[in-house]
Design a binder for this molecule. Sequence first.
Ligand SMILES: Cc1cc2nc3c(=O)[nH]c(=O)nc-3n(C[C@H](O)[C@H](O)[C@H](O)COP(=O)(O)OP(=O)(O)OC[C@H]3O[C@@H](n4cnc5c(N)ncnc54)[C@H](O)[C@@H]3O)c2cc1C
Length: 416
Amino acid sequence: MSKYSIFSIARNAFSHHENWQKAWRSPEPQAEYDVIIIGAGGHGLATAYYLAKEHGITNVAVLEKGWLGGGNVARNTTIVRSNYLYDESAQIYEKSLKLWEGLSQELNFNVMFSQRGVYNLAHTLQDVRDAHRRANANRLNGIDSRFVTPEEIKREVPIINISPDIRYPVLGATLQPRGGSARHDGVAWGYARAADAAGVDIIQNCKVTGIIRDGGKVTGVETSKGTIKAGKVGIVVAGHSTVLADMAGFSLPIESRPLQALVSEPVKPVIDTVVMSGQVHVYVSQSDKGELVIGAGVDGYHGYSQRGGIDIIEEQLAALKELYPIFSRMRMLRHWGGIVDTTPDASPIISKTPVENLFINCGWGTGGFKATPGSGWVFAHTLATGEPHPINAPFSLDRFTTGYLVDEHGAAAVAH
Ligand SMILES: Cc1cc2nc3c(=O)[nH]c(=O)nc-3n(C[C@H](O)[C@H](O)[C@H](O)COP(=O)(O)OP(=O)(O)OC[C@H]3O[C@@H](n4cnc5c(N)ncnc54)[C@H](O)[C@@H]3O)c2cc1C
């Protein structure tokens, strides 16, 4: 793989940028692999990369039914933070944030990670109490987090409305200065390029249609490109997790729902941080192109369509206008949806399954983008060793029968 640098840009300028090496190959599948990963989203590609890098396992295929990075990884609003309430969550999201901090250099691909800070607004007295509790819990876990007053928020975000007589007045916020955002599809491309360079086969337009078992053990998969044998299989398909679990003969406590986002026309820099509000259900940041990136809450029904209800957009924009009156005449450019996989405790499942050598990584719901590096890192460990890493041990499938839940619902402010 040729290295991206200022020199390679200069070299390629001489040939009018027509001779860049392809970022990854498009191989046909081999008959057999040591490990098959189903799903070339951020988590699947990161898993493949860390399998090669950390464990020396390179006879790996990533099978993708559509195109690489066509799922949630490139449909999200790119918020990255680690200020979750419970110790178990703090561990995995902070591991991820630390990996984010060196990711562009490590992958030799600019994932445009920007630590511009993340605010989670508090609108009620209970919100304020919860925010204090979470900031204190975060600090005990070594995570940068503090409570800020409405005046401090206004200083950093002058366009915000902190008037006390609005529907949901701003009573304060938690701030994580090391939080921020990244370029979502760049993350998929960066991991894909680095995994491919390590020898991983990324096979697009290859839908998995069946899981092959020999008794209680997985031995391969049926795909739209034929049968492929495998020593181990990892399912990393986000909104389609229950579909794949059905194929393997077990069930998951997961609901799939549409989640939407939209962007505005590009405008001059107006907000240089990320502001989220769980209560009024809107969160906003500004992309490097100048578009406002605006997210909403999940739709109220289950579904697999990558679009959502118009009522959600209406509520989201009403909330946006209330918090930022300056945006009231802004035109919106486009909106879209993804399919998110939510668990009863709003925490992921990174686990063995009832089928031997079959592993699953899912349940990230509305907030898995931030976890992409950490999730891939611990899932690679789980696949390589057959056992969870201490960081993902609390996120096993059996917590739904033991009752040992990591209940981040409501505890971690808005779920993204
Ligand atoms: C609108 C929206 C906003 C969001 N905002 C944020 C945010 O701000 N911050 C945050 O942290 N998270 C956010 N998320 C959540 C985050 O995007 C997801 O949790 C995360 O991307 C899921 O992991 P993934 O990237 O691997 O999933 P995906 O990219 O969806 O990857 C799964 C892949 O599996 C493939 N697949 C499915 N079935 C099969 C099959 N049978 N065979 C082969 N391949 C298959 C799919 O085509 C897909 O490419 C948001 C999500 C949405 C939709």
